[in-house]
Ligand binder design. Structure first.
Ligand SMILES: [Zn+2]
Length: 359
């Protein structure tokens, strides 16, 4: 579908219109054009800029604080689930289709408020960006960070990813390490002449089995850490004592530790063994003690929850902004064929977001 968008209609209808604009990652141009055109026509109070297939808009009201809304325009590949479909009516209405959850309902809420609330209590920056669902190097928000950094300056970032309309904050870090044991090859008929590297890994597996992961509370969010063996390999042949065994371990760590501290912890756990870090992504502190974040929590009324996966919230956290996920839809339905969002969540999210922006 092409055509123009009406940002002033009920965000439920706006969600349906956005969903019917296919915008698989890399193919967002049509939707970005429509969003840019609609903002230009229906939100003339906003400064408007285009960056690739991202559309950026902001107020200049001279408010004491600035809130950034970030939402990606792209979706995962369509899976026989467009155009959108409806079931139920009234309070029971549900919208089905690619992007209903991840995350055109969140975009619809923000676009609607951008057009209908010209004088919010905070200055607002809206970032509708491309290529979130593919490799990080193409992420539109990363490009904006490099090319238009002042558009990401602010005091609080709200990423409209699905969160069942609950504030989700921070995220855990993740680190993969390889533990290696060494032995000496020998014929299994003369095993005493060798040393078995797989048997040597037994001690590492025992430490993993007995490991007690931490549960860490920060700003009212509970982070449950994890330390799990995820792959093991070793062995040469059916009659050879193996001389090497490799074990891959994934550690999910609470954001009170940085990657260096997490690494030091793992070296302690596997003391006496060879440990190599294969990859690592830092976590993000929830930052909910910041005044504006407290205001958001008060406006939305719910208890915040810890974010379990890694999202662009971490990108803002790395820039030093408190950042949360807040949007309609069940995150566990994201990327599934049966993606669907209850219309009631879109309405509730709009009401709570608007209450916050009215101050
Ligand atoms: Zn998403």
């Amino acid at each position: 579908m092409t055509g123009s968008l009406d940002l002033t209609v009920d965000p439920i209808e706006l969600t349906a219109a956005l969903v019917d604009f296919p915008s698989v990652s890399g193919d967002e141009q049509g939707l970005a054009d429509a969003v840019q055109e609609a903002l230009g026509r229906q939100a003339p109070h906003l400064e408007l800029v285009r960056s690739g297939n991202a559309v950026l808009a902001r107020t200049h009201l001279g408010r004491a604080a600035r809130v950034i809304f970030a939402g990606h325009l792209d979706t995962v590949p369509i899976n026989d689930n467009l155009p959108h479909r409806r079931t139920g009516e009234g309070d029971e209405l549900v919208l089905h289709g690619c992007g209903t959850v991840d995350m055109k309902s969140g975009d619809a809420v923000a676009l609607h408020l951008a057009a209908t609330l010209p004088t919010p209590a905070y200055d607002m920056t809206f970032v509708f960006y491309d290529c979130e669902e593919i490799e990080a190097a193409r992420n539109g928000l990363g490009r904006i960070e490099r090319e238009l950094p002042d558009w990401l300056a602010g005091d609080l970032a709200i990423v409209g990813e699905p969160s069942n309309v609950v504030i989700e904050a921070g995220c855990q870090g993740t680190m993969r390490v390889e533990v290696r044991t060494e032995g000496a090859r020998a014929h299994t008929a003369r095993a005493w002449m060798g040393s078995n590297a797989i048997h040597a890994m037994g001690e590492v597996l025992r430490r993993l089995r007995d490991y007690q992961p931490r549960t860490v509370d920060i700003d009212g969010c509970t982070y449950r850490e994890g330390l799990q063996a995820v792959r093991i390999g070793g062995g040469v042949a059916g009659n050879v004592v193996p001389d090497e065994c490799l074990l891959t371990v994934n550690h999910r760590f609470a954001p009170d530790r940085d990657p260096q501290q997490a690494q030091a912890h793992l070296r302690q756990v596997f003391d006496g063994f060879e440990v190599t870090v294969r990859d690592c992504a830092a976590g993000a502190l929830p930052g909910l003690s910041a005044p504006l974040a407290k205001q958001l929590i008060a406006s939305t009324g719910g208890a915040p929850a810890a974010k379990l996966g890694w999202t662009d919230v971490s990108r803002f956290a790395a820039l030093g902004l408190p950042a949360v996920n807040f949007g309609p839809g069940d995150p566990t339905l994201a990327h599934t064929q049966q993606e669907n969002v209850p219309a009631e969540q879109i309405t509730r999210c709009t009401r709570l977001f608007e209450a916050f922006l009215r101050g």
